[in-house]
Design a protein around this ligand. Structure first.
Ligand code: FOL
Length: 172
């Protein structure tokens, strides 16, 4: 569902995009082949307030703009696709919906399987010819195992803290 943007919403979206950029480029654990970040927090807020379409756009823009300012590696479009998919997922799961442990867990699970365990390995292999061997997978699986409960918990508590019903009136 696509909503109409006005000046107030665009300003808020800009702030959330800035938060995604800071959390992927500055306050981040970043190596050539592995990144651990908390960008999912502002992306979830985009999803709750703006829905899948604008969250996909916002997360995609955050990747492109973030790479423009802070590129530590060559730009690769696959990671923009990851960002768009992430935005879409948070919109589908959280737009005008009650956040439950189940939805927080499910969205994290889909995100982890699709992005951390399928698409990113594919992009890294295409970009750097990284061998997708056991050393590579053990690091990714460890990240997934640690982040699954951490991300689920954070999404749940942040989601609960947002008075989305009250905000929804302003974001109708
Ligand atoms: N190209 C673009 N467009 N955006 C990027 O951010 C980017 N980054 C790199 C190269 N080209 C790019 C640097 N390489 C991960 C690992 C290496 C990497 C980019 C991403 C990675 O592990 N990503 C996580 C998701 C990020 C998160 O945890 O928030 C993953 O689990 O797949």
């Amino acid at each position: 569902m696509k909503q109409k943007m006005d000046a107030h919403k665009i300003a808020l979206m800009g702030l959330l995009i800035a938060m995604v950029i800071v959390l992927t480029r500055i306050f981040v654990f970043d190596t050539t082949f592995l990144r651990i970040s908390f960008q999912f927090v502002p992306e979830m807020l985009m999803g709750m307030l703006f829905g899948p379409f604008w969250s996909g756009v916002g997360a995609g823009l955050a990747d492109v703009i973030g790479m423009g300012f802070f590129a530590k590696a060559p730009y690769f479009p696959g990671f923009t696709l990851n960002a768009v998919i992430g935005g879409l997922l948070y919109g589908w799961f959280f737009y005008r919906k009650e956040v439950t442990v189940k939805s927080a867990f499910l969205v994290t699970l889909i995100n982890t399987l699709l992005i951390t365990l399928i698409l990113t390995p594919l992009w890294l292999h295409m970009m750097y010819q990284v061998p997708l061997n056991w050393a590579f997978w053990s690091v990714r699986l460890a990240k997934a195992a640690v982040m699954l409960p951490v991300q689920t918990t954070m999404l749940y508590y942040v989601g609960r803290a947002i008075p989305y019903k009250r905000l929804a009136k302003r974001f109708a």
